[in-house]
Design a protein around this ligand. Sequence first.
Ligand code: AMP
Ligand code: ZN
Length: 112
Amino acid sequence: MDCIFCKIINGEIPSNKLYEDEKIIAFHDINPEAKVHFLVVPKEHICCADKIDSTNSQIIAHIFELIPALAKKAGLENGYRIINNCGEDACQSVPHIHFHIIGGEKLPEHIK
Ligand code: AMP
Ligand code: ZN
């Protein structure tokens, strides 16, 4: 499949990895919006939040259970923003669901 995040997951494209387990991977965004900006991505190819259902929601729960530890690992002691862009109107540019974790500095009220 011609999916850039699937290629990162199977090692075809390098990434600056923060964390990996059997279900998910987290890596730093190539074009950071703030001092810290990483993406948390399920290894299963789910295209977007609109396709979350009872068959795959466990992996989304797993992501959210891990976000506090990942944020701590990235030094986000003072808060952070979680962003998910879903679909064309939200300007989702990579059609493999991912959560942006952004922080490391005071963010503007609205970002992206
Ligand atoms: P979105 O617009 O929500 O789909 O976000 C896609 C994000 O993926 C953008 O913030 C990009 O900078 C980021 N991105 C695209 N390609 C790579 C890559 N090879 N490594 C790390 N981040 C990437
Ligand atoms: Zn994919």
